[in-house]
Design a protein around this ligand. Structure first.
Ligand code: ACM
Length: 762
């Protein structure tokens, strides 16, 4: 197995490996936090359309008196929100200057005008959202001023795109109602307006349906998968009652956010079919299947009774979620079960349809019409364009943006949420300690640069682009803290693109607004990732075997400043040498000032050739995941970068002079992936011992074996085990390819780290 590596890699490695090498040192305490710049010129988020400065300023020393007009419920809600977010500042009723809200006619949807003068401020808008966004802009200025003064100004502002959304997957992993409310606050503070809520999937059904209680009783619980022989993990459960959902819907509506629930059909149906097998195709479900990830083959059947049950479910969903849109999924419905079923084939003929794809079109259209008959509109993932669906159905483009282009040309409204550009389950950096996710970095700068207006569309077709949305799939996002980390600040970039209507390559300008925005959301509980502006500190043995060669890098080409052992900071211009024990600290700079707390590492001579798996390369890059270990149940677990279809790693440019020992820290994880026929493509060399062995090859994955490490010592331990092996004597710099032999893919063996050791001097 394994891929031949181009020799060009080897030639360029001497340079590249210094730059791409991973951290090989232990963390030390980070330097003290550096406060963001409270600059009122960059206080508004997203970037406003127009700001006109005036003479004078508004003094906030006495606070602000919120003054919504009597009887205007929308204005009262906007004022109530600011009171909740702004603490003392907005609590005044006495002689403080007012923030007035005035409803006017003729302004665009969600647009506002905010006038600030020495005697107070006024928001004007035609709709509730505009009043809210004007209020939020005032709050942004007030927090940036630190309660001091705001320069007099007039702001005329509004969004370019009407759909500025996030999709949150609460099916694969569950987030509490309290967390969902906090998430809604963070979205509102970014003037985002759609929360697409993925509530059901193969792994779980989380929304209470009173007509079908088994959906949550049976479908709301699963036991997480573990590798064969590993201790079981506790049941994973969580559901939302209709009362909880109604309260969340109201909370979101008060913040200008429409919740778009998704009931995914006809695939992603396993949880429902486990609860009500009569809705499925009669294909047995092996125990524990729901604990897997991937594309499952279980589909709903197309019987009248099943469609009637789905309509009953949608009826309850509509009664909870009053918004215009209901999402009915339609993605990844592999048709094998329909193809193999005589009853389904007879149904296709009886309906006068061509094939299974047309049957899905019929299935989706039937439910779309049901929603439309009740005054609602259906959304489906872009696969539903393959069958015939009415042009009134909105298409959500996820397989790239081709679906959106085709949809707009065919007269459908459409939303851009393409993978991988806006899939926030992809990691946003590969820093040590970052939580698990899909491999393949989606950076903050790349989200900001996302262009939501496909050039292929005419102006008339472009009007069908409602906006954009990023998707937070949670297969690999197990906790709420990790959900925040993966979502933010990349969602901030989505908010910016949606508001401006275009992507931006002016990353520093974005960061100037982002830093105060994130800081003001901390009191509202947001703990975002700082990975985008945290430098990576890569270390490897110095030339001539002396000290360490240290290379720094950061996303978005920001300048970097560093210190060694607290000496005067220097601008980073290229790799430098540091001695054993030295402490390196580094910061990315924005306008000459440090961003965030930076990174800190101590050089350890004995760990210069240790690489965590996330600093290795996978050989084939088919399905790279940064996967969490299944052990222990409580406390920290390892995360392994692994290509689940080709477990094989490259340690690029290892310096092998005098190296005679290699340690592999390895762990086993369950192969719980529904990958269909791709499973047959996972190949291993035949094991020589019952548990197999790791093999290390020189230069190339078909090269000579230079180390062989039997897996047996690790097989009995469910966590990470360190295997030690001798490495055949070799000189110079080489790539090492690491694979393992096995009888099959379950369990998967994964590398936590590789460490090379030089022979002890005799
Ligand atoms: C999707 O990612 N299956 C919409």
């Amino acid at each position: 197995m394994g891929r031949h590596m181009a020799s060009g890699h080897l030639l360029s490695c001497a340079l590249l490996c210094v730059i791409a090498a991973p951290v090989a040192a232990e963390p030390v305490a980070p330097p003290a936090a550096v406060a963001p710049r409270a600059d009122l010129a960059t206080a508004l988020f997203p970037t406003p359309q127009r700001v006109e400065p005036h003479k004078g300023q508004l003094d906030l020393a006495r606070g602000i008196r919120l003054a919504p007009p009597a009887g205007d419920e929308g204005a009262a809600k906007a004022a109530g929100l600011l009171r909740g977010w702004g603490g003392d500042l907005f609590g005044r009723t006495d002689t403080a200057p007012p923030l007035r809200f005035r409803r006017v006619t003729g302004m665009a949807r969600e647009a506002y005008r905010l006038d600030i003068g020495p005697h107070g401020a006024e928001v004007q808008a035609s709709d509730d959202a505009g009043l809210l966004y004007g209020g939020i802009s005032f709050w942004q200025l007030a927090t940036a001023s630190g309660g001091g003064t705001i320069p007099a100004q007039s702001i005329a502002d509004g969004p370019a795109l009407g759909w500025r959304g996030a999709m949150l997957d609460s099916a694969r992993h569950y987030q509490s109602p309290r967390y969902i409310r906090a998430f809604i606050d963070w979205m509102a503070a970014h003037k985002m307006n759609r929360l697409h809520w993925h509530l059901v999937d193969d792994q779980a059904w989380r929304i209470e349906i009173k007509a079908f209680p088994r959906l949550t009783e049976v479908g709301g619980v699963r036991q997480p998968a573990t590798a064969p022989g590993a201790p079981p993990l506790p049941d994973y459960r969580g559901t939302y009652s209709q009362d909880e959902l109604r309260a969340i819907v109201a909370y979101a509506a008060d913040r200008g956010i429409e919740i778009v629930p998704e009931i995914d059909v006809p695939g992603h149906a396993l949880a429902a079919i486990r609860a009500y097998p009569e809705w499925g195709m009669g294909v047995p479900v092996p125990p524990g299947t729901e604990a897997g990830w991937g594309v499952f083959p279980w589909l709903y059947n197309s019987d009248e009774a099943t469609l009637a049950a789905l309509e009953t479910i949608l009826g309850e969903v509509m009664a909870i979620f009053p918004g215009r849109y209901i999402h009915i999924g339609g993605d990844e419905a592999v048709k094998d079960q329909w193809r193999a079923s005589d009853a389904t084939q007879a149904r296709i003929r009886a309906l006068g349809l061509k094939d299974e794809t047309a049957l899905q079109g019929w299935f989706m259209s039937r439910l779309a019409r049901y929603l439309e008959a009740h005054g609602r509109a259906a959304i489906g993932w872009d696969e539903i364009l393959d069958g015939e669906v009415p042009p009134s159905v909105t298409i959500m483009s996820w397989r790239g943006i081709g679906g959106a282009i085709e949809a707009a040309k065919r007269g459908h409204d459409t939303i851009l949420s393409p993978a991988p550009a806006l899939y926030l389950d992809h990691v946003q950096a590969m820093h040590p300690g970052d939580p698990p996710g899909r491999g393949g970095v989606i950076s903050l700068a790349s989200v900001l640069a996302f262009e939501p207006q496909p050039a292929e569309l005419s102006p008339a077709e472009s009007r069908h682009i409602l906006g954009l949305q990023a998707n937070i799939w949670t297969e690999h996002i197990r906790t709420e803290a990790r959900t925040s980390f993966m979502a933010w600040p990349r969602l901030s970039a989505v908010a910016e693109v949606g508001w401006r209507g275009h992507g931006s390559s002016d990353y520093p300008a974005f960061l100037r607004r982002l830093m105060p925005q994130l800081e003001r959301l901390r009191p509202l509980g947001l703990e975002p990732s700082a990975g985008a502006w945290t430098p990576a500190i890569a270390v490897e043995p110095g030339a001539d075997g002396r000290g360490a060669a240290v290379a720094l890098s950061v996303q978005g080409d920001l300048p970097i400043r560093y210190q060694i052992d607290g000496a005067a900071p220097k601008p980073y211009v290229g790799p430098f040498v540091a001695s054993d024990g030295a402490e390196i600290t580094a910061w990315a700079l924005l306008d000459g000032r440090p961003l965030g707390t930076g990174a800190a590492r101590r050089i350890r001579a004995d760990a210069l050739q240790k690489r965590e798996s996330r600093a290795l390369e996978t050989c084939a890059k088919k399905v790279d995941l940064l996967l969490e270990d299944d052990f222990p149940a409580e406390g920290p677990r390892a995360s392994f970068l692994i290509d689940i279809l080709a477990p094989c790693w490259i340690y690029r440019g290892a310096m092998l002079d005098k190296v005679d020992r290699i340690d592999l820290a390895v762990g086993q994880i369950p192969f719980n992936f529904q990958v269909g026929k791709d499973r047959d493509t996972i190949r291993f060399r035949a094991p020589k011992t019952p548990e197999g062995e790791f093999e290390v090859r020189l230069d190339d994955c078909d090269g000579p074996v230079v180390a062989m490490l039997p897996i047996a010592p690790a097989a009995a331990h469910p966590g990470v085990t360190r295997l030690t092996g001798m490495l055949a004597s070799t000189q110079g710099r080489h790539d090492l390819c690491v694979t393992y032999t096995a009888a099959g893919p379950d369990p998967l063996w994964a590398i936590d780290s590789i460490q090379l050791f030089q022979q002890e001097p005799k």
